[in-house]
Write a protein that binds this ligand. Structure first.
Ligand code: SAH
Length: 267
């Protein structure tokens, strides 16, 4: 019988940015680790640890290499924390670790591995504006690094046809300036132009900024890689300062509410 490797690996999410949105379980897991592995800016959010904790900062694009490094360290007996932003299972490192295990050294599968959940950007963004995710919703990443634009387009069409509230992650980057405009064109061909569109930048941090628009007047150029975009369902509407999606089916927006939600507002 092969001995079970002694090390451990925990994949944590540090939440959307503000320290008080990091869970106590994640804080504990980071404090206990001998090694932290992650994308540099996410590691920078973590205050210096005790004693001789080692940090392995890397570039954002090499998720699988980072996962292999973490698994290697754990197999050597280290207690490793892999650090992601938001939730580690949402477009982030947890899936990369399991993919590395599937493709890599068979002994990795018997390591002590755990995932600690975190507050994902979509939840912090929704909380900043009210309750837009109150009805059925879906999340789509617009990054085509790991999947084709054809797949993304097919999912956008299905989400529009299913009348889901849609959370768009990775809406834009310097390398991909056109994706969001394309995605919004696909959606506006299938949904009312009065549908609310929210750009929430740096959600869950003191720098949070919200731009509220509609499919008819949205400017995709206003999103960057720190922005989460929420596109409403047919029932998503404004009440006072807030945007929400009722849980009850058939709660249609009245004409006056549609008018109130059609202006572009920056807060
Ligand atoms: N694992 C992360 C998502 C990684 S994908 C999570 O669960 O939140 C990276 C994308 O997440 C960004 O391009 C942006 O769309 C979104 N994002 C991450 N943090 C954000 C924040 N504080 N505010 C708004 N969007 C954010």
């Amino acid at each position: 019988m092969t001995a079970r490797p002694r090390g451990s690996l925990v994949i944590v999410g540090t939440g959307p940015g503000a320290p008080d949105l990091m869970t106590p379980a994640t804080t504990r897991a980071i404090a206990r680790a001998t090694d932290l592995v992650g994308y540099g800016p996410y590691l920078d959010r973590i205050p210096p640890g005790q004693g001789d904790q080692t940090r392995h900062a890397s570039d954002n694009r090499v998720e699988l290499d980072r996962a292999r490094l973490a698994l290697d360290l754990a197999a050597q007996g280290r207690d490793v924390a892999v650090v992601s932003g938001g939730d580690p299972g949402v477009f982030a490192m947890a899936a990369a670790v399991f993919e590395a295990i599937e493709k890599g050294d068979p002994c990795w599968a018997s390591l002590d591995i755990r995932v600690e959940p975190g507050v994902t950007a979509m939840l912090a963004a929704a909380a900043a504006v009210g309750a837009p995710l109150g009805g059925d919703f879906c999340a789509i990443s617009l990054s085509d690094n790991l999947k084709s634009w054809t797949t993304i387009e097919r999912r956008l069409v299905a989400a529009a046809e299913g009348d889901f509230v849609i959370a768009l992650y990775n809406p834009a980057s310097r390398a991909r300036p056109h994706q969001l405009g394309e995605a919004l064109r696909v959606l506006s061909a299938r949904k009312p132009l009065s549908t609310p569109v929210l750009f929430v930048r740096a959600a869950g941090t003191p720098d949070c900024r919200v731009i509220e628009a509609t499919l008819g007047n949205v400017d995709p150029g206003k999103a960057d890689m720190r922005t989460l975009v929420i596109v409403g369902a047919s029932t998503t509407r404004r009440v006072g300062r807030w945007i929400y999606t009722p849980r009850r089916e058939g709660e249609r927006t009245s004409a006056s509410q549609r008018k109130a939600s059609s202006g572009l507002l920056t807060t």
